[in-house]
Ligand binder design. Structure first.
Ligand SMILES: *[C@@H]1O[C@H](CO)[C@@H](O)[C@H](O)[C@H]1NC(C)=O
Length: 73
């Protein structure tokens, strides 16, 4: 695999993990405790990372909601 291919693969995985965490947060209210990260810089990046996951999650929910392939149960 090329280097770029690897980068894309890792990025997609990171987005999926973040989206999964967002889904858990929305469904159970359980969110990753950002206070456990002591380093300010790392905490900021983690917050951004989790926010991105929530955006992807919201976008997916909106797309599924307006798709005729999905129904509400
Ligand atoms: C956080 O970690 C980064 C990378 O290890 C370091 O450059 C930075 O100075 C640290 N920031 C704080 C506030 O400790």
């Amino acid at each position: 695999m090329t280097f770029l291919g690897k980068v894309i693969h890792v990025s997609v995985d990171l987005v999926l993990v973040s989206t999964c965490l967002a889904g858990i947060k929305r469904n159970t209210g359980l969110a990753f405790k950002l206070e456990t990260i002591e380093n300010q810089t790392a905490r900021d990046y983690s917050r951004r990372y989790l926010k991105m996951g929530e955006s992807v999650y919201d976008y997916s929910v909106a797309s599924c909601g307006s798709s005729s392939y999905f129904e509400r149960k």
